[in-house]
Ligand binder design. Sequence first.
Ligand SMILES: Cc1cc2nc3c(=O)[nH]c(=O)nc-3n(C[C@H](O)[C@H](O)[C@H](O)COP(=O)(O)OP(=O)(O)OC[C@H]3O[C@@H](n4cnc5c(N)ncnc54)[C@H](O)[C@@H]3O)c2cc1C
Length: 512
Amino acid sequence: MDNHPPKPPTRRPEAERLETDVLDLLVVGGGIVGAGVARDAAMRGLRVGLIEQRDFAFGTSSRSSHLLHGGLRYLSQGHLRLVHEASKEKRVIHRIAPHLAAPQAFIFPTRRGWRWARWKLGIGVKLYDLLCGRRNLGKSSTLTRRETLELLPGLSPDGVTGAVRYFDGLTHDSRLVMDTLRSASRHGAIVLNYARFLDAARQTDHWRIDARDAAADRAMAIRARQIVNATGPWSDKLPHSRTRLRLTKGVHLVIDRGRLPIPEAVVLTEGARILFAIPWGQRVILGTTDTDYAGPVDDPPCEPDDVQYVLDVVAALFPGAGIAPRDVISTWSGLRPLVADRNGQPSDISRRHEITLAEPGWWDVTGGKLTTYRLMAEQTVDRVIRALGRPANPCRTAVEPLLDPREDVGPSSIVPPPVTREAVEHYCHNEWALRLDDVLIRRTGWWYYHADVQAVADAVAPWMAKSLGWDAPRVAAERAACFPLWEAASPSIPPPHRPTAPAKSPGRIPAN
Ligand SMILES: Cc1cc2nc3c(=O)[nH]c(=O)nc-3n(C[C@H](O)[C@H](O)[C@H](O)COP(=O)(O)OP(=O)(O)OC[C@H]3O[C@@H](n4cnc5c(N)ncnc54)[C@H](O)[C@@H]3O)c2cc1C
């Protein structure tokens, strides 16, 4: 391979193709919802383009709890339809992307005098199985006190009455976005990252869209008959949008599995709130919080109070574990783009989605969950096709696999793959990676998984340089731009390898 270095991929033809003809549909936003809409629209035969202001999955779709779930707690709020809908979708994802959907057992310990009595939960999980169809991803069961304490030896035994065990799915959120986009692209969608929507003006029968290609540092003019605003937490900021959002923030912490050796995922309760400890290879993901948020939408910080809150909940259930901020390997923090409802606690707000025609040819798609993205996309594309007023293929996204079953799915997995040059070349050549953090964070999750992320960056940067034609100053600039992200995301955590002198981020990415 050294004798035949791969030709640097070029994104220019994609950018130019976006501007050539009038598109049937332009999707704004490259999170899971935008990716799902682009895939569905392309499969139905529409000429579709997608622009993403940063990297694909930069927003909430790389900052979730990684669960495919019906939402057991929405049952207690009486949202049966929502749970049924999401439960069906969790099985659909299991079918179309088996490499990104592993059945995950959850142990939900119960205690005397708590609102979650074991008998009530026992009925709840049976109903949960039923709502998922004849078979959930696994059959739920009830555990005795002894069985529970044997399974979770570190669990505080005070008042424990037993547990229920039920199943949801574990995924890798940003990988799901990438593979959905790969499929969209194979079906003809033109997708471009680092291209920001600026404004749109209605012409007689189409929109004229002004956008900025940050990678090539140039203005773009795109024409499209319909626009779907799928910008998640940003969706009320776009001109023409009618969306009203209530943003809530959720943080996650990653610790070594040796610090909390749980055999399966554990439900952690704090009053009416539910948090999770989820095994993730050699690590455990702890989270999440749910607090109203009014700060900047890009990169919401994980504050010391957020970390302490999560660790306090863990300490109440696993008092002997003694997990402290110094045990935290990494954190991420995301914003839920909830449909506005000023009343009630954040955790009580429904995760329903809304598809709104803001004005002719402009659709806002908001709310929902990672789990329900495919359904949101199907319903959106149905409406777009009706508005276009012409025949199209039927929706096949629930049955057609994201990737060809014969394809090597090695670089796309729930747990980060090994750090190899072949994987990095694949991300640069087939998955639109342009920056160091595109690979470290959203293509792989190495950023969150590896304690010594600088060593990983040291290995990855030269491989990216070779694939993308970077010179030495560009490599240095990429590293310098990457590590302040750590500072911003986790001001409270003293990671052992945190760099001391973060440099300034390079202004723009040179075009390849
Ligand atoms: C803490 C947390 C945990 C969660 N856990 C789960 C879970 O376990 N399971 C589950 O099913 N759901 C979960 N969710 C919900 C789920 O993650 C979100 O519903 C989903 O990711 C939202 O996707 P999206 O595409 O709507 O938004 P995003 O992923 O935020 O995508 C929007 C994109 O639009 C881009 N954009 C913005 N402005 C512009 C512009 N002007 N031009 C071009 N692009 C633009 C942004 O950069 C961004 O990439 C969780 C959410 C949070 C916050």
